[in-house]
Design a protein around this ligand. Structure first.
Ligand code: GUN
Length: 283
């Protein structure tokens, strides 16, 4: 038996079709979801992400604007731009591409974004709402992980889930979302003793540590769902995840490839958040 491969591209496309249909209905009512993306500096990877976000908006019928600011932009000027975007009615979501240049304090910038427009889900109030279980805008990659599971027929309810990694943008929020979905959740990390044995108890393994091919076959209970959030560049230039895909494929029940698993979901969930923020703004 070989694992069912979870095709993130195809699930992502299906969700985008749903978003497109809903957007078409909103457009008829004169409502157009709008996203502002802010990029400071010229980081090549960030430029690609920003282009992809603008392209996704265009494909779905959203309004979008990209603010490209020079690397030496002052924190005060960036905060002033965010304050202006917070007040603009046609903007429903604001995304400031990270990482920011070193002279800008990331926290000050995230805190300045209106919670209603926090489509990244990084604002402390959004994080708090996620903990409490309020219907907030959810961080995109963790929300994408849950969608992949559900749309592949893997219900987290009653399952043992082990999340490897405790970052603020993936490990912690995806753990909270799995808990909300009634899984029994363990958060494992670099200081967890006997990580393979802990992982092997899981029905659902989420790998989000940034260590190439860390998760091997003997870490995985036969039939478990394995979701790989890692994106690592190998010496030969190819991408690989935090899971040793070829090794784990024969034992897992479900597995996400890298690339083509979690990756395509992130921008799709950003679009879903922007749509949600637009609907809320129009009451
Ligand atoms: N840089 C890499 N991933 C992300 C993300 O999800 N949001 C933002 N704002 N910046 C990023």
């Amino acid at each position: 038996m070989s694992a069912q491969i979870i095709d993130g591209k195809s699930i992502s496309n299906a969700i985008r079709e749903e978003i497109k249909r809903e957007t078409a209905d909103l457009l008829e009512k004169g409502i157009r979801p709008g996203l502002a993306v802010v990029l400071v500096g010229e980081d090549p990877a960030s430029q690609v992400y920003v282009r992809n976000k603008a392209k996704a908006c265009e494909d779905l019928g959203f309004y979008s604007e990209v603010h490209r600011l020079p690397a030496d932009t002052s924190q005060a000027d960036l905060l002033a731009l965010i304050a202006r975007l917070n007040g603009e009615a046609e903007i429903n979501g604001i995304l400031v591409q990270l990482p920011l240049p070193k002279h800008i304090e990331e926290k000050a910038v995230i805190d300045a974004i209106s919670v209603d427009k926090d489509v990244d889900g990084f604002h402390p109030v959004s994080v708090g709402n996620l903990m409490i279980g309020d219907d907030s805008l959810l961080p995109c990659t963790p929300a994408g992980v849950i969608e992949l599971l559900k749309r592949s027929g893997v219900s987290p309810a009653g399952k043992r889930a082990v999340v490897i990694g405790r970052s603020n943008i993936v490990g912690k929020p995806v753990s909270m979302l799995l808990l909300r979905e009634n899984a029994t959740v363990t958060i494992a990390h670099s200081r967890t003793p006997n990580l393979p044995a802990v992982a092997r108890e899981a029905d659902i393994v989420i790998a989000a540590v940034g260590v190439p091919k860390l998760v091997k076959r003997d870490w995985v209970k036969p039939g478990a769902a394995v979701i790989d959030v890692g994106i690592n560049r190998q010496e030969d230039g190819k991408l690989c995840g935090d899971v040793d895909y070829e090794d784990v494929l024969p034992v897992a029940g479900w597995i996400t490839p890298v690339p083509g698993g979690v990756g395509p979901m992130t921008i799709t969930m950003l679009m879903q958040n922007t749509l949600k923020a637009a609907k809320r703004a129009h009451g």
